[in-house]
Design a protein around this ligand. Structure first.
Ligand code: SF4
Length: 946
């Protein structure tokens, strides 16, 4: 039977019925025949049309594309690499290269499994990482050194040679050192863990030049200040595989579906392991859809909820008393009169200030607390002592007077009395009965954890809210256990191989380095003005006191008679791996003061971002796929590498090579000018810049970035046995932790979680009292009623809508904000999300142009109506570049720097300034705005809809 006959028969069916299969067969055959001109159905059988003498494909002249298509999936080499945008992902990727061109990326999916009882980390990635290659060849890519010819931000540049650009920078840096002081040169870079070699390249130079190394983690408000206060650490969190071990996961201000894309599955899979998920967020976001309980909390009321729940836990005896007695300061005695801890110095002349006491209920007398900073006992274990949690006791002081003392726990009860259920319900907008059942579940489902994020951390009273949340998981005995704890993830701040990193970053030692909290630096050196008074005193007063007491450093250093606002100004600012100006609160205020006053701004970057656009000199850096470096994160326990898939494109160089070249140029200039060594009195250091290059390269030991990688690996316990070469094979799990800086071991087959040393080995916590310290008896804390966690309302502004600028799905901060593929997944420009009720009140329709304003500034963009948004708030996902679709202003035009006095303290036991560890945070949530329709002229974009 011919094909035609067969088709005809199939179409009608054996019984003459018309079948679907037959119809498709005939239709396809007919269509194929009619598709070729000159071929009549009656002249040729249908299928020979495609293979016979009239075959149109054979005679088709353009055959080259077919080969291209077939070769699309071929490659010459595959190189392992990753991305360093501070996403916390730290995902291993394969980069495919053909003829020297990156053709595609693929998730490597080769993390060794921790245990068969845990979901693994494979494959790991997100949509942004999957299109990074386009950035490598994008129009935004910086190709050559540029020197500004127009005004800052105007976009007028001329191409320069490396020699010219480096010469200009070297001359200026040296001129500043000799004529204005080394502390007028400031350096800013972020997140060492995401590419430590790149970070070290510049910090190393700052170390040798005597320059100021500025912080980032506190400035971006990613630092949870409650952790240094309560635990004496920067940030400690479990790796994300440990989420699977939890039976109760509270997503509190953390939208993991959007901001922890590679890891969200661990939480959602934990539900198969018996976990319940609670999501607490003002908006119904993409993580909330996975929750068993969703709470649409009033913005900024999280602290009230935590304290209300703490009260319920205690009232209903849902607390772990043995844990509290051993692991926290809640049994420690406080003098009722002064509100200060009872110290050895109170009880005996010449006694220590850092030895504390509890009331031993078995012997009915005070007993010294082991494990505090001044204690000879290096354990927190109680031997023959049963510390009381309740009651009032009388002690005789060294001066003979009697004084009443109470345990911190009793004080806490008094504080918590201010948070009855009805009040908490009203403050938070949550049903009272749900708060009660939440408290019951938190107290009974073990282990329980809080996954914490910027949603709650970016508020002014972030320290109080952190402390209140930590209290919940401490009262229930969940900290130091797999599947439990308070786990904060905002940024990739922690460097696992810390020792090697610090050796490379600050080769002459951290004691010989000028460090600076950037929030304070930006505030003092700009026209920023925080109008709030605290106990009748201005922020300026608190700053002055803090600097005078040596609690917070301020560079340039104050000279005789100078105040922070009248002292010397910074003169040069070197930015690399960062977008300072995009993140600067009160953007125009900074631009018109601090920024304007700088003589030289250098930006080292692979793409033209806001900071680069507003700089004087731009140096082209190689992208993520053109360099050698390391990458690690809090979210997993592996080290892996960046590999050079292609050589640095155009005239770009790796950060390591750029700073090496700059060190070399400074040596040359110093020699040409015959500069004598500069005597740096602060460190008693004669800095000989003619030999800077030799110092910077470690006498020739760390000339290349691969050598720098191996230096870090070989100088750290965590990475013993690892090298750049063997890490290129696949990521490797850390082999150990350095007890100097870590609080748990890396255990075979077990997900990493912190504070096991404290719980299992009874090692003292890194605090003044040696325990999780909820009571801070620093005078400023007592004066401001913050000695214990408390709820304080957000700093109110007069406008009706909270200005919410969270991390989003389509970018990592400003990176990928300008990426073509990501823009096409949104509306192509800045959008503010608004609840329909708020839009109706303002007569706004979806996609209208709107002006968002307050007393600080304004911006103009489009509005998107979003039922999931909370009334009383508007949201703009952060990081939009100023030049990217705003008609005017930007997302930081509405914010300003607000300094919290208690975050300026220092020299209090464990609370001391340390870079990215303790210092005022650049919070930006307590801001309110109004939104109105914008009908004015448009600079770019399309007019608003009628
Ligand atoms: S951008 Fe971050 S989360 Fe996304 S794939 Fe890269 S490393 Fe992973």
């Amino acid at each position: 039977m011919s094909t035609k006959d067969k088709a005809s028969k199939e179409a009608s069916g054996a019984t003459g019925r018309f079948t679907r299969r037959g119809f498709l067969y005939t239709a396809a055959a007919g269509t194929a025949a009619l598709a070729f001109p000159g071929c009549q159905k009656s002249e040729k059988p249908i299928l020979t049309t495609l293979t016979g003498e009239f075959d149109p494909l054979r005679s088709y002249p353009y055959r080259g594309w077919e080969d291209f298509y077939r070769k699309m999936w071929t490659w010459d080499k595959v190189v392992r690499s990753t991305h360093s945008a501070n996403c916390t992902g730290s995902c291993s990727w394969k980069v495919y290269v053909r003829n020297g061109v990156i053709v595609r990326e693929e998730q490597a999916a080769d993390y060794p499994r921790i245990s068969k009882d845990l979901p693994d980390y494979n494959p790991r990635g997100c949509q942004k990482g999957g299109c990074f290659a386009e950035y490598v060849y994008s129009p935004q890519r910086l190709r050559y050194p540029l020197i500004r010819t127009g005004a800052r931000g105007e976009g007028k540049w001329r191409r320069a040679t490396w020699d010219e650009a480096l010469n200009l920078i070297a001359e200026k840096l040296l001129d500043n050192i000799y004529n204005h002081g080394p502390d007028t040169n400031a350096f800013f870079s972020v997140i060492p863990a995401m590419s430590p070699v790149s970070f070290c390249a510049g910090s190393r130079l700052a170390n040798y030049l005597g320059g100021v190394m500025c912080s980032f983690y506190d400035w971006y408000c990613d630092l949870p200040p409650g952790e240094p206060l309560t635990w004496g650490v920067q940030t400690e969190a479990c790796e994300c595989a440990d989420w699977f071990n939890s039976k109760y996961i509270i997503l509190w201000g953390s939208n993991i579906s959007q901001t922890r894309i590679p890891d969200a599955h661990f939480a959602y899979e934990a539900r198969y392991n018996g976990a319940k998920i609670v999501a607490i967020s003002p908006d119904f976001n993409s993580s909330c859809i996975h929750a068993d309980l969703y709470w649409r909390i009033h913005p900024g009321s999280d602290g009230a909820l935590a304290l209300g729940v703490a009260r319920l836990l205690i009232e209903n005896n849902l607390i772990d008393r043995p844990y509290i007695k051993e692991q926290t300061d809640l049994p420690l005695l406080v003098l009722k009169g002064t509100k200060r801890f009872l110290r050895e110095s109170d009880l005996q002349k010449g006694g220590k200030d850092d030895v504390f006491f509890v009331w031993d209920s078995t012997k009915n007398r005070v007993a010294a607390t082991p494990g505090s900073m001044g204690s000879a006992d290096k354990t927190i274990r109680w031997d023959d002592v049963d510390p009381a949690l309740e009651g009032t006791y009388t002690v005789q002081l060294a001066d003979g007077n009697m004084a009443e003392v109470v345990p911190v726990f009793a004080q806490l009860r008094t504080t918590l009395a201010a948070y009855p259920l009805e009040k908490v319900s009203q403050l938070t907008g949550l049903p009272a009965h749900e708060i009660q059942s939440f408290a019951h579940e938190l107290g009974t489902r073990k282990p329980a954890m809080i996954i914490h994020g910027a949603g709650t951390n970016h508020w002014f009273h972030n320290d109080l809210t952190n402390r209140a949340m930590i209290l919940l998981v401490a009262l229930t005995g969940n900290i130091g256990k797999n599947g439990g704890g308070f786990n904060h993830y905002v940024g990739q701040e922690r460097v696992w191989p810390e020792h090697g990193f610090f050796e490379l970053a600050f080769p002459e030692g951290r004691k010989k380095q000028r460090f600076q909290n950037t929030t304070l630096w930006s505030y003092v050196h700009s026209a920023s003005k925080d109008p709030h008074l605290y106990n009748g005193k201005s922020v300026e007063w608190y700053i002055q006191e803090s600097v005078k007491n040596g609690w917070m450093p301020l560079w340039p250093a104050l000279r005789e008679g100078e105040t922070p606002k009248t002292g010397r100004k910074p003169r040069a600012f070197i930015v690399w791996r960062a977008n300072y100006l995009n993140q600067a609160k009160g953007n125009e205020i900074i631009e018109n003061s601090l920024w304007r006053d700088l003589d030289l701004i250098v930006d080292i970057n692979y793409r033209m971002d806001t900071t680069a656009l507003y700089s004087d000199v731009v140096l082209p850096a190689s992208s993520y796929y053109e360099k050698v470096d390391l990458n690690s994160t809090d979210c997993h326990s592996y080290m892996h590498t960046f590999g050079k898939a292609v050589e640095p494109l155009f005239e770009s160089k790796t950060d390591w090579d750029i700073f090496h070249a700059l060190a070399q140029k400074i040596s040359e200039v110093a020699k040409q000018k015959g500069l004598k060594p500069f005597h740096d009195e602060l460190f008693k250091w004669d800095r000989d810049f003619t030999s800077l290059q030799d110092h910077w390269t470690g006498g020739g030991t760390v000339v290349t970035d691969e050598q720098a990688v191996d230096f870090i690996l070989s100088h750290s316990k965590e990475t013993e046995g690892m090298t750049y070469r063997n890490l290129q094979e696949h990521p490797k799990r850390f082999v150990a932790t350095d007890p100097e800086s870590w609080n748990s071991d890396v255990e075979e087959g077990i997900a990493y979680t912190p504070f096991k040393h404290q719980l299992e080995k009874k090692v003292p916590w890194r605090t003044l009292t040696g325990r999780q310290q909820f009571y801070i008896d620093h005078p400023w804390f007592i004066e401001l009623n913050e000695e214990l966690p408390a709820y304080k309302e957000p700093v109110q502004e007069k406008y009706p809508l909270y200005w919410n600028t969270p991390h989003g799905r389509w970018s990592i901060h400003s990176t990928w904000r300008d990426h073509r593929a990501m823009l096409r997944l949104q509306r192509g420009g800045p959008i503010v999300y608004m609840h329909p009720d708020e839009a109706r009140k303002r007569n706004l329709r979806d996609n209208d142009w709107v002006r968002i304003y307050n007393e600080i500034g304004h911006c103009i963009c489009r509005v998107q109506i979003m039922p999931g948004e909370k009334p009383g708030r508007v949201t703009m996902y952060h990081g939009w570049e100023k030049f990217l679709g705003f008609q005017q202003g930007g997302w930081q035009s509405l914010t300003y720097i607000k300094i919290k006095p208690t975050q300026l303290i220092g020299k209090y036991g464990h609370v001391n300034f340390r870079l990215n560890y303790w210092g005022p945070t650049g919070n930006n949530r307590d801001i309110k705005v109004e939104v109105e329709k914008y009908n004015g002229p448009l600079v770019h974009g399309t007019p608003a809809k009628a």
